[in-house]
Design a protein around this ligand. Structure first.
Ligand code: XIL
Length: 453
């Protein structure tokens, strides 16, 4: 009796399995009778590549491309266009335009039903009259410069045409301004480089962002080797901040007061010389010195990896919240040294929302987008150029989503690729900026403007 029951169970099991697999096959055949159109690839200003999943026993395909989703009209040459393969490059299109496509198979010469409809927007080419600054409403578009560039007329022409804000790449850092501290604790200064940038920008009516009063990577030897007391150290820092901010009062519009105070992958303050000698609340002290020197200048905290490193961001936000509570902070700079893969647009949005909810000014302060991630490439390929453009477009799209009252500036960390700090600093070839070495506008330039449309 038990034996029959086992046989019965086995037969039932086989029947069930067999039946199910038949059902699955049926479903596949049905699915296969209509092609599935894939998302477009290699999207360019005037063309894109489409493909679809082939169907069983098809003798060919018919392709429709249209400007409207209902296919009431067709792009010339793409009304039931016969195609033998499984892909097609659609050419001669208009830039920045939405197209729709669908495809049918042919079974014994008879068209199947239409595939899904896929929509795609061709890339944007800005017209000649658009510039970076004219495409940005309610915020400045800035660039980091070095004073030796002021003599380069071609450079300055592009700089004035495209930008309305400036940051000194190095000239306003402490180690480049302080030349010594004598036994009486008098500081000696060299203002020549900082003045050159400020004077030029003032003459051209540009916004000037001061960068940076306190940065652990720019400590003059005289301060590193300082042997006085902590109180004396603090007095020198106060003197420096007061003198510098006062000198540029009514000229410099905003200052990064403290730059990069938080350790990577951590919420802790870096054990910089300032932290060591002035204590846990050195940020508040420095911001207060700056505020005392010029109550009108906007005061910023600035740091890198604020999008990709949530721990570090939460450490920085802790400091930012303290400064807000003491009424000492106007804005925050996210540096935005990023790459073509990271961060995602959603991550940028999340990190930016943290600042919007705190109602501070937001500066994307040092944008550059690395492309040579494994360090192996020796040329800037077209593919990487478009990937870079996509990432820049995401950056400006997120920036543009900020309420006007919280927008401040979006600053590129250099004008053309061979200006960039990336190659000397990381010892790797790269092309991280919006202009090539001949001042030509790169795809990323178009991406920047496209994100602001
Ligand atoms: C960099 C400059 O671009 C380099 O020329 C210099 O040698 C080092 O500093 N974060 C900052 C900037 O806040 O000041 C740094 O600038 C890049 C990283």
């Amino acid at each position: 009796m038990k034996k029959y029951r086992t046989i019965y169970l086995l037969i039932t099991l086989m029947f069930t399995l067999g039946f199910n697999s038949c059902e699955k096959e049926d479903a596949e055949i049905e699915f296969d009778t209509i092609p599935v159109a894939n998302e477009a690839l290699d999207i360019r200003p005037t063309e894109f590549r489409i493909s679809w999943q082939p169907i069983f026993r098809s003798s060919g395909y018919q392709l429709d491309v249209s400007l409207d989703e209902t296919f009431s009209t067709f792009v010339s040459g793409y009304n039931s266009k016969s195609i033998n393969g499984f892909q097609e490059i659609i050419t001669d299109l208009s830039n920045n335009t939405r197209y729709f496509y669908r495809v049918r198979g042919l079974l014994n010469g008879v068209p199947t039903e239409n595939s899904n409809v896929v929509s795609v927007v061709t890339r944007f080419i800005p017209d000649e009259v658009i510039t970076l600054k004219s495409s940005a409403s309610n915020f400045f578009v800035g660039v980091a410069v070095n004073p030796d560039r002021i003599a380069d007329s071609q450079y300055m022409e592009v700089y004035e045409r495209e930008f309305n804000s400036v940051t000194a790449e190095n000239a306003m850092k402490m180690a480049n301004i302080i030349t010594g501290i004598d036994a009486m604790m008098n500081i000696s200064y060299d203002w020549s480089k900082a003045d050159a940038i400020v004077d030029y920008a003032e003459e051209k009516g540009m916004n000037i962002h001061g960068h940076a009063l306190i940065w652990h990577e720019s400590v003059p030897n005289a301060l590193t080797n300082f042997t006085g007391t902590d109180a004396q150290f603090e007095a020198i820092v106060e003197d420096y901040i007061t003198t510098t901010v006062t000198r540029y009062k009514d000229k410099v519009d905003s200052w990064d007061v403290v730059n990069e105070a938080i350790i990577d992958n951590s919420t802790s303050l870096r054990a910089s010389i300032f932290r060591q000698k002035m204590g846990e609340n050195y940020l508040e002290k420095c911001f207060q010195f700056a505020r005392n020197a010029d109550p009108n200048v906007k005061l910023f905290y600035n740091d890198y990896n604020m999008v990709t490193d949530p721990l570090k961001r939460s450490g920085a936000l802790r400091e930012i919240d303290k400064l807000i509570a003491s009424n000492l902070l106007d804005g925050v700079g996210y540096q935005m040294h990023i790459n073509i893969e990271n961060p995602s647009e959603a991550e940028m949005q999340t990190a930016t929302n943290e600042l919007v909810s705190r109602n501070v000014l937001i500066h994307y302060s040092e944008l550059d987008v690395r492309t040579n991630l494994n360090g192996q490439s020796t040329t800037f390929t077209e593919q990487r150029s478009f990937a870079q453009s996509d990432k820049v477009r995401e950056v400006t799209r997120v920036y543009n989503s900020i309420p006007d009252a919280n927008k401040y500036a979006l600053t590129l960390w250099g004008l053309k690729d061979d200006d960039s700090w990336i190659t000397p600093r990381f010892n790797v070839l790269d092309w991280p900026l919006l202009f090539d070495n001949e001042f030509g506008k790169k795809e990323a330039y178009s991406g920047f403007i496209e994100g602001l449309q």
